[in-house]
Design a protein around this ligand. Sequence first.
Ligand code: FAD
Length: 292
Amino acid sequence: MKITDIMKERMSLSFEVFPPKADKPMEPLMEVLDQLYSVKPDFVSCTYGAGGTNAGRHMEICKAIADSDNDTIPIAHFTTIAATKDSVRSQMQACLDNGIDHVLALRGDIPQGWESTRGDFSHASELIGFLREEFGDKFAIAMAGAPEKHIEARTFEEDIAHLRMKQDAGADLLMTQLCYDVNHFETWMEKIRKAGVYLPIDVGIMPVLNKNSVIRMCLGMNGCSIPQPLAELISRHYNDTDEDFRKAGIEYTIRQVFEYMALGINGIHFYSLNKADAVLEICDGCGLTYRK
Ligand code: FAD
């Protein structure tokens, strides 16, 4: 079963996890996965460290998801950073050998001090095209999209044209960067549809759990905006205890998920940050636990 088949029937539910550092045990993440399986997610995606330093662990996690009895599809993130055609060929074959046939094909963030990807691919579209050429339809391929524009793109039009290139290179599904501004997201969705990007859209939801994390994620990393209602929430709860802020943030996130659902998106993808409790509370508040 491919995720895109599921999305033809209904909205999908999924989570993102990340591998532990090389010197840390795997068990805590396996416990998080066990908790996440309780809502029967359609898929769980696992991030890939730029430069591939934890690539082995990322494969191990995706294999554990594939081997579990939960009907949950693993998606392996994969980046072009320092990737050669040969290394991609062998890692993708290893994915197939481990029962992993969904991949999120990314360029990856260029490491500090590097001028390029230092590999055979400069952009995600080239990786996607290569995967299609080499592996035909063996993989379902997801691509990334930034509703508030990728930080390096000069204009929205340019960024949307590059999205279209990824679709035309063979991507099956669009997974988005966090976007707290749902009105802006709606405008972006109309623009990409007008530009001929017709792929199903899986919305990345970054739960609001901690004010410093929200500020860092939006302003410190991704060039994303903090819309007025979220700014107001942060101001109102600025001096709250962590627990009180988290409670207000969870309520805010639940409302936001409903707003996204009302746009008719194809999937909700929670960035779990390897913390099951908060995302499961949000799922519960949104009625996404009906599959239990
Ligand atoms: P691209 O599509 O290649 O785009 C990058 C930039 O280049 C954009 O500005 C685009 O407009 C421009 N561009 C694209 N094609 C061309 C072209 N032909 N000519 C000129 N310019 C072009 N990063 C990780 O390292 N590991 C992860 O696991 C990871 N997971 C992610 C999951 C999701 C859901 C998302 C949304 C992002 C994730 N990222 C991850 C971050 C991602 O790698 C970065 O956003 C990266 O900077 C861009 O990746 P991309 O695939 O969108 O690149």
